[in-house]
Each structure stands twice: as structure tokens, then as C-alpha cells.
Design a protein around this ligand. Structure first.
Ligand code: C2O
Ligand code: CU
Length: 706
């Protein structure tokens, strides 16, 4: 963050200084006496010097960042903004500074014709204006159009932009130069001069306006989503630098981007057939009816909710190894619903993504999910149709899979799924429907297990004070030998993430809450043994839990791997732009939004590494369907304890290296779980190259996964 703010400040200061230099340079030929020419040139030399020092500081900051961070952090800046600013500045140093020096010629008499001609050289003011525009574009880009992996066209576009904007001043400067050369006098009056500057300024603004309008018109058109897509766009594919896959025609050495995959051979499978073995009868059956329901929170606030079974976060509780059948019925959710088992690695056809793994379930229709509950732990489920709206409104629940053999002993268990509700009284955070503190009596010495699930779009902090505790699972995956944490430690979950937290009840009360100690409007629980305290008491925490050094390191096929079959990068940025024809503040992956973010193509069995680099101005909980990722590195350094996650919250300025084995064939989503970000395109797909689509996404089918 610091580097970003520093860069923004420097580039803004550079813009101002180069702008002042440009205006001063434009005034040079008006100097009546040699002395005033001398003064102006001297002033210009000073301004130029200062601007050059600032820009050296900026290049220094970029170099520092390069040393400190990953190359991926600076690649865009180095490729796009550095050349753009360096070019005019080098020209100024090499060609303009010597000329300015020669203009410093003291004396009272008016400058000689040759001096006046030299002062009117268009290249002087144009190079200063070019430097100003380049710095301005750099400042703007750092905030609003982050240079993330820029292509040559984007670099060229910015050069062209500077050239076009210089058109007006270059016409003016040229005409004036010719006048001076012919020995004619220039307009002398200050007012006349100002008017001329203003006129040039208005013309420049008009050019800028025309460019902007052009940009908008193109952006609106280009960003429109297709009415239908089967997610098999061969133009936007990334094979992660590995061997050519079937998608690029690798298996029969065809390299035509538009060539369809080989005509179906026996090793190819359709998504719809990837159900896993569901021939056995179900051990457990459930029915979930998607329905609108008015619900009341503890505080009395009313939510116009969309629910499963008319409840807030209904629980499905099963035993590991059981065959589960869940019948989803849509009663009255107009756009249709699905169920996605968040973090649960079900076979692809059960993943609940409309248009990819099934058709959306419209009102009056139903769909039955069936899978074996292979993994134990704390999970949740939610609709994946227009998730940014449906999850927020309440279409979610919890999936608790009890292990075949419980190794953890606990006496009490509480599931805490936090959400932010839109109520008749404004936004309200709650655990389920409990938006106020609740009291729970527990005998001293008893063990309490909390299953905490963050169903909100943003990350949340949690406090547990009054007892030491252990974090025993992350995203449903057990931590081996979790050491006790002091009650002054807070912990944070990204959107969609889960922690299991265990503590032993002491004689004094234990307070649990969502959010900062100071924030009294957030919900929580008071555990007490004898007498119930009236109010919770919290202190500001002194540390935050860090999973990268906790318990025993996970050891698996990817932690042992020294090489990967495919390596992908996901550079997270932001940009002002268009999505589906509308203007948005966009959150981008590799500088693009869906559908232009390339699909990651893998082959079954591949060891796949992904690097997340967050250059953007926000946090992004990155969620991969169908697989757990093992975190290997954080900010370029190996983590002490690799851990498993399905939703990794990547903060601003952070980078992570994660890896997984491609062992669950299908088409999977890989997206930011801030569902608002996903809804404007912060999403991509992971595709196994032998899998064929069965459904289509888009308005034609009504399958709208984001
Ligand atoms: Cu919890 Cu793709 O989602
Ligand atoms: Cu995001």
C-alpha cells in the first residue's frame, strides 16, 4: 500500500511540475529583454531539475519494489509507465537542457533574433508537455487502470494518447515558431496571451473529450456479454506454460486457435456425465425448498430474505462416508437457483454452477444432488445463480460432515455463520439471525467447538477472549498439533472461509464476537459457567492469527513437488471500465474481466501451481471450486507450515503461491468470493482438456453463474 501511495504522490507532483515547465516554456519567446529570457530559463532549469529528482525517486521506488516483491508486482509498471515517462525525460535531459543553458544570456537589450528563434523552438514546450502528460497518465493508471501485464497494444495506446493530446500545442507552437523566424512580433499583451493559452487549452480538452467518448463507445460494445457461451473460447486460453493440451490441438499437432477439439474420442467426457459413482442408494436424503420469506432478526429488524426452507442458514448434518441426496425445489425465486457446495470437492456435475455443471432450477422445477460425503469438516452451501444477489439475500446454509472417527473431543458445539443482512433498519451483521449478543451456559472444564463460517462478502475479524483457544481446522481441513493461542489473538476469515475453534471452559466467562473490540453493534456470544455477566468485556487484540506458521506443516504431493506441470499467474488489479456494456470500477485478473480472462487449461493428473499477486486497492478471497489448494509461499517466501484452503484471502500488496493436483475432472470456477467483484467479471474457469461442455451460460439459457 505504501509503495502505491508513494507512487501516486510522486507522479502527481511530477505532472504538476512538468506542467508548470511546459507553460513557462510556452512563455519563453515573449521575453522582451535578454534578462527576462535569462530569468525564465533559469526558473525552467530549476523546475526541470526538481521534476527529474522526483522521477528518479519514483524509478527508485519501483526498483525497491522489484527487489522486495515479485517481478509480477512491477512488470506492468516497468513495461508500460516507465518507457512512457522515460522517453520525454531523456529527451529533455539530452536535448532541451543544453538549449536552456544557452538561452541564459544576460543583458538588458532585447534578445537577438537567433536567441528568440531558439526560444520559440516547439520541441522545448512539447517535450515538457509530453513529460507532464506521461506523468499524469502514470498517476491515473496507478489508481484507475493498473498496468497489469500490459500487452504491446496497451503500451502503444498510451504513447498514441500522448501524441494525440500534443497535437493542439504542436500546431500552435509551430505557427508561432514560423512567425518568430520570419521576424514578426508576437502578441505582446498579457490578456491576449492568456486568451491564446485558454483557446489552446479548450482545444486540447476537446481532443481529450473526443478520445474519451471514443473509448466509452468502444468499451460499451466490447464488454457486452454474449447471449450464450459454452465456455470453450479458444481465443482466451492459458495452458500455464505446460505441454500443449487438446484444447490447443496439442494432441494432434494442430495449432489453429479456432479449431474445435478433436472430434469426440472415447477419452472425452461431458460435464453432465461427471457425477461420480452414485449407483448406491442414499443414506441420507434432504429437501431444500428455495423460497422468499420475511424473517426477523433478534433485534426486531426485518429481512426480506430469499431462503432455503424458509430458514436462515439451515444445517445439513451428515456422517463422513454417507451417500447424500439433496433435492432442491424452487418455489418462487424467479431467476432460478442452484446449490453450490462451497469448498466441498464433489464430482463436477454436482457442483451447482448454472451453465457449467447444470441448468438453473426455475420456479416449479427441481434438481437432485447426490454425492458421497468423502471429506469431514465444516462447509457451507449457497446458490450460484446470480450469487452476488442471491447469497446476500440469504440463499445459503451449512454443511457439517462429522468424521467417521472423531479424534477431537468436545462437549459442546456451536455453528456461527456470519452474514450482513439488508434489513428495514439498514445493514445489520449477525450470526445467523442473531444480530445481538447471546448467552450460553457451559460447565467449567467442558470443551467447546465453534464452527465459524464467513458468509459475508468482505473479510471479518473475530475475537475470543477469556480462554486460550486452538484453531483446529481451516476450510474443513484439520490442522495437526495446533498450538494454543492467547486470547489476545484475533483471527480473520475471508469471504467463504471457515475456521473450527476449540477452547476449554474456564471458571470465568468467555466472550466471542465479530469485529473490533470497540464495535459494540456487532453480534457475539457470552459463554458463562456460574452467573451470567450482563455485558461482554473486550480488549483490543495484540496479534492476529497467522496460518502460515501454525501447527504442523501439511505434507502432500504438491509440497513434495519440485516441479509443476503448469504454472499460472493471477494478477489482481482494478480498472475503471465496462462490464456487459455498463461502466464499473472493475476488479481485474491479469488486466481483464470475464470473459476475456483466459481459461486455465489442465490435464488430469497435472501438478498445478498458481501465483496470486494483489496489486489492486482491495482484498480478494480467491476461491477455487472442486479442489483444495495448498499454500506454499507468501510474499515470495516459503511458508513455515503449508496449509490447505479453498478460499484464500489475498490482501492488498500480498502475493501467494498455491498448488493443487488436477484430480477432479470438469469445468470449475475460480473466482473472487467477494461476490460483487465476481459479478463484474473477477472470475475465470479451470478446464480439464478432455472435458466437453453440457450446458450454456448467458441470457439465452438464463444460466447466470455470477
Ligand atoms: Cu462460494 Cu463459486 O462460490
Ligand atoms: Cu475481489
Amino acid at each position: 500500500m505504501f509503495e502505491t501511495i508513494f507512487s501516486i504522490m510522486l507522479t502527481i507532483a511530477m505532472t504538476l511540475l512538468w506542467g508548470i515547465a511546459g507553460i513557462t516554456a510556452a512563455g519563453l519567446p515573449y521575453s522582451k529583454t535578454s534578462r527576462s529570457l535569462n530569468q525564465r530559463s533559469t526558473f525552467l532549469l530549476w523546475v526541470t531539475g526538481t521534476a527529474l529528482v522526483l522521477s528518479a525517486a519514483w524509478y527508485g521506488a519501483i526498483t525497491l519494489q522489484l527487489i522486495k516483491d515479485d517481478w509480477l508486482f512491477v512488470e506492468g509498471t516497468v513495461k508500460m509507465l516507465v518507457p512512457l515517462t522515460l522517453l520525454p525525460q531523456l529527451y529533455i535531459v539530452g536535448a532541451i537542457l543544453p538549449r536552456l543553458k544557452s538561452l541564459r544570456n544576460s543583458g538588458e537589450e532585447s534578445p537577438t533574433p537567433s536567441l528568440r528563434e531558439a526560444a520559440a523552438q516547439p520541441s522545448i514546450l512539447l517535450s515538457f508537455f509530453a513529460a507532464a502528460l506521461a506523468s499524469g497518465i502514470s498517476a491515473f493508471s496507478t489508481v484507475f487502470a493498473q498496468p497489469v501485464l500490459p500487452g504491446l497494444s496497451q503500451v502503444a495506446y498510451r504513447f498514441l494518447l500522448v501524441a494525440l493530446l500534443l497535437l493542439v500545442p504542436s500546431i500552435f507552437a509551430n505557427r508561432r515558431y514560423l512567425k518568430v523566424k520570419r521576424g514578426k512580433t508576437l502578441l505582446r499583451g498579457l490578456v491576449a496571451r492568456l486568451l491564446k493559452f485558454a483557446f489552446a487549452g479548450i482545444l486540447m480538452a476537446m481532443v481529450a473529450m473526443a478520445l474519451l467518448v471514443g473509448n466509452v463507445l468502444v468499451g460499451v460494445q466490447v464488454s457486452k456479454l454474449p447471449e450464450t457461451s459454452d465456455m470453450m473460447n479458444h481465443d482466451w486460453m492459458d495452458e500455464g506454460g505446460g505441454t500443449a493440451t487438446r484444447m490447443s490441438g496439442g494432441s494432434n499437432h494442430q495449432h489453429h486457435a479456432h479449431h474445435p477439439p478433436d472430434s469426440a474420442d472415447s477419452s472425452q467426457v461431458e460435464v453432465a456425465s461427471l457425477t461420480g459413482d452414485i449407483s448406491q442408494p442414499a443414506d441420507r436424503t434432504f429437501e431444500l425448498v428455495a423460497q422468499r420469506k420475511e424473517l426477523t432478526l433478534d433485534s426486531g429488524a426485518v429481512v426480506d430474505a430469499w431462503t432455503y426452507n424458509g430458514e436462515i442458514a439451515p444445517e445439513l448434518r451428515v456422517k463422513q462416508g454417507e451417500m447424500i441426496e439433496v433435492k432442491l425445489v424452487n418455489q418462487d425465486i424467479d431467476r432460478g437457483v442452484t446449490i453450490h457446495w462451497h469448498g466441498y470437492n464433489v464430482p463436477n456435475a454436482m457442483d451447482g454452477v448454472p451453465g457449467m455443471t447444470q441448468n438453473v432450477v426455475k420456479p416449479g422445477q427441481s434438481f437432485t444432488y447426490k454425492f458421497r460425503a468423502e471429506q469431514e469438516g465444516t462447509y457451507w452451501f449457497h446458490s450460484h445463480q446470480q450469487a452476488a444477489e442471491q447469497v446476500v439475500k440469504g440463499l445459503f446454509g451449512t454443511l457439517i460432515v462429522e468424521p467417521k472417527q472423531e479424534t477431537e473431543v468436545y462437549d459442546e458445539e456451536v455453528t456461527l455463520i456470519n452474514h450482513r443482512w439488508e434489513t428495514d433498519q439498514g445493514y445489520q451483521k449477525a450470526f445467523g439471525n442473531r444480530d445481538e449478543f447471546q448467552w450460553k451456559q457451559v460447565k467449567p472444564g467442558k470443551t467447546v467447538k465453534l464452527r465459524i463460517i464467513n458468509a459475508h462478502n468482505l473479510s471479518e475479524k473475530y475475537l475470543l477472549q477469556g480462554a486460550e483457544f486452538q484453531i483446529t481446522s481451516i476450510d474443513g481441513m484439520r490442522i495437526q498439533d495446533p498450538q494454543p493461542l492467547s486470547d489476545q489473538t484475533s483471527f480473520r476469515l475471508g469471504s467463504g472461509g471457515r475456521y473450527d475453534v476449540v477452547f476449554t471452559m474456564p471458571h470465568r466467562p468467555v466472550f466471542v464476537k465479530l469485529g473490533d473490540a470497540k464495535n459494540e453493534s456487532n453480534p457475539g456470544i457470552i459463554f458463562y459457567s456460574e452467573s451470567a455477566p450482563e455485558k461482554p468485556v473486550f480488549q483490543a487484540e495484540s496479534a492476529e492469527f497467522d496460518p502460515s506458521d501454525y501447527g504442523k506443516p501439511v505434507v502432500n504431493d504438491v509440497t513434495a513437488a519440485s516441479q509443476f506441470d503448469r504454472e499460472f499467474n493471477m494478477i489482481l488489479g482494478n480498472e475503471m471500465g465496462f462490464y456487459n456494456g455498463r461502466f464499473h470500477f472493475l476488479w481485474t485478473i491479469n488486466g481483464e474481466v470475464y470473459p476475456r480472462v483466459p481459461t486455465f487449461v489442465v490435464q488430469e493428473g497435472d501438478r498445478v501451481k498458481t501465483t496470486f499477486v494483489n496489486k489492486s486497492l482491495g482484498e480478494h478471497p480467491m476461491h477455487l471450486h472442486g479442489h483444495h489448494m495448498t499454500v506454499l509461499k507468501k510474499n515470495g517466501k516459503k511458508v513455515v507450515t503449508p496449509w490447505l484452503t479453498d478460499t484464500l484471502n489475498v490482501l492488498q500488496g500480498e502475493s501467494y503461491e498455491v498448488a493443487f493436483i488436477a484430480n477432479n475432472p470438469g469445468m470449475w470456477m475460480d473466482h473472487c468470493h467477494n461476490l460483487d467483484h465476481a459479478a463484474t467479471g473477477m472470475t475465470l474457469h479451470l478446464m480439464y482438456d478432455h472435458v466437453l461442455p453440457s450446458y450454456e451460460v448467458g441470457t439465452r439459457s438464463g444460466n447466470l453463474p455470477d
